[in-house]
Design a protein around this ligand. Structure first.
Ligand code: PML
Length: 261
């Protein structure tokens, strides 16, 4: 048995009563890790660069191992750009390569740039029209119940490729789960951390980091999941929110080709 641990923190009261989102985290861990992890999550919510939380919710739920789906980690590529306009143009092209229409890619970018504050979850958008499909409003769809299968192997795999920071570690697990959902064509994300300007486009073909997607100092970030036209939005949402997933990395050096199923 594993335990799903979900943390969300806000300032000015709970999210439900209009508090500002400060931090969130998702893990799937063994029982013996629970108290250390809960203490780490509390500390993180109280010392975040978005501000100090005054509402912190940590939910712990048992998950049967038989319910867990194992999926492969997406391979990483980094595209270095000098400024936001170049970053957003690169993001648009990546989305188009992943099967999002030019119109939907432009609308998705508009939706993210048009936010005045960060959503806790993601917007689901049609990959053909760019129309928002989920009905979750200010909350967004929150991707939950995921982790890596072997934390040490994951950290080695990342650091062999020169990647160390917590943003990548967490975002790549989330993006791998999102890309494994039925009907997902691509994801576009940039951080709500004011000090972090790298964002990414992910799709079943891989995870492309783009080094400049938002202005330094901006607290507004978010995620758009582009879904195939006529995809079952309720089914995708249920998978993203409820299906427990463990992400596996390839065992041999920095390559995701080395998997044996
Ligand atoms: C986040 O931390 O909120 C999103 C991180 C996006 C980019 C992560 C990366 O550097 O690959």
């Amino acid at each position: 048995m594993l335990f799903s641990v979900r943390m969300r923190a806000a300032q000015g009261g709970a999210h439900e009563v209009g508090g500002k989102h400060i931090s969130g985290a998702e893990r799937l861990v063994k029982k013996e890790c629970l108290s250390t992890l809960a203490a780490y999550m509390l500390e993180r919510a109280l010392t975040h660069s978005r501000g100090e939380a005054d509402f912190i919710n940590i939910t712990v739920e048992a998950v049967a191992c038989s319910a867990i789906r194992k999926i492969k980690c997406l391979a990483i590529q980094t595209v270095a750009v000098d400024h936001i306009a170049a970053g957003r143009a690169a993001a648009r092209e990546k989305l188009i390569q992943a099967g999002v229409t030019r119109q939907a890619a432009a609308k998705g970018l508009e939706l993210l740039t048009g936010l005045t504050h960060s959503l806790r979850g993601a917007m689901l958008v049609c990959a053909a029209t760019g129309k928002r499909l989920d009905k979750t409003g200010e909350r967004g769809v929150r991707v939950s119940r995921m982790d890596v299968e072997d934390e040490q192997a994951y950290h080695h795999w990342l650091s062999r490729q020169g990647y160390q920071n917590i943003h990548i570690k967490e975002a790549l697990v989330l993006a791998s789960k999102v890309s494994s959902a039925p009907g997902i064509r691509a994801e576009l994300c940039w951080s709500d951390d004011p000090e972090y300007i790298t964002g990414y486009v992910a799709s079943p073909a891989g995870y492309t980091r783009i080094t400049h997607l938002k202005p330094f100092g901006s607290e507004v970030g978010g995620r758009i999941f582009f879904v195939a036209p006529n995809a079952a939005v309720d089914e995708i949402t249920a998978y993203l929110e409820n299906q427990p997933v463990l992400v596996q990395v390839a065992e041999s050096e920095g390559s995701s080709d080395a998997f044996s199923d």
